[in-house]
Design a protein around this ligand. Structure first.
Ligand SMILES: [Zn+2]
Length: 274
């Protein structure tokens, strides 16, 4: 599933090409991918809108349109958002095609169909419960380690589960939760409420390092993730623990352990992580 670094890469790729364009029309081929408003209304409303910004919030891509409307894309498990020339052959599982006024097309493709597209003002989307309340951005300079510590100490749940909860921090998923906890030398099954201020500081720093390194490397293509040009990222080559269960820990050489936490396969080192 695309997480913060992958979504950030796509948003940054798209920004210079989308801002200033107008959406001419939308060909919605799999209507239920649109969750708000009704698909027919969506197609009507989105046509003719000018694109003013492209941002990321958590794992959401927010395309800011005129009249304070936002076109929201969540990539789910296997979503891909690509900018192509209109003459490019249409790949299977392409669910929505947005024609832009320069002859290019923004295409949403999603074989597993867990993704979703929304349109509305941010307030309307929150009121309709189409978009959840999200915690702070872990790479925001205003988000400090004390804030993380205060959130963790209130939660009687494993650290891994708390990091996956988008209300704690927005954008961290299975890959970067495991990577961050390994860097911080913390066991993923430790109770969040029991960790010290010092450990929280280490986790805060590790989370930022894991995410920023992955952004520099244009994300992890561990499964179907592709950037806005259809290219794979580079971070999968340098992941420390994710996807490496049974392989030696890069620090101590002991085979990495694996365990299910919060319903997700979790990989960690029983010697380096305490
Ligand atoms: Zn180790």
């Amino acid at each position: 599933m695309p997480e913060l670094p992958e979504v950030e890469t796509i948003a940054a790729d798209l920004r210079p090409h989308l801002v200033g364009r107008t959406i001419v029309r939308c060909d919605l081929r799999f209507p239920t991918i649109v969750r708000h408003p009704e698909p027919e209304l969506f197609v009507d409303l989105v046509a003719g809108l000018h694109i003013e910004s492209v941002r990321r919030r958590g794992k959401y891509i927010l395309i800011g349109l005129e009249h304070e409307r936002v076109l929201v894309v969540h990539l789910g498990m296997s979503g891909q958002l690509r900018l192509v020339d209109a003459a490019t052959p249409i790949a299977n599982h392409t669910h929505a095609i947005f024609d832009l006024d320069d002859g290019s097309q923004l295409r949403y493709r999603d074989p597993r169909r867990f993704g979703r597209i929304l349109l509305g003002t941010e307030d309307a989307l929150r009121e309709a419960r189409a978009m959840p309340r999200l915690g702070p951005e872990p790479i925001d300079p205003d988000f400090g380690s004390e804030e993380l510590y205060q959130m963790l100490r209130r939660r009687r749940a494993p650290l891994k589960a708390v990091l996956l909860d988008q209300r704690t921090v927005a954008g961290v998923g299975n890959i970067y939760a495991d990577e961050s906890l390994h860097r911080a030398k913390l066991r993923p099954d430790r109770l969040a409420s029991g960790i010290s201020r010092k450990s929280a500081r280490r986790l805060h720093e590790s989370m930022r390092e894991s995410l920023e390194t992955a952004i520099k490397n244009r994300g992890s293509s561990v499964d179907t993730y592709r950037d806005a040009w259809g290219e794979i990222g580079g971070q999968q080559e340098v992941l420390l623990v994710y996807g490496r269960a049974g392989e030696p820990c890069f620090t101590c050489g002991r085979p990495l352990a694996s365990k299910r936490i919060a319903g997700r396969t979790t990989v960690y080192c029983t010697r380096c992580q305490r």
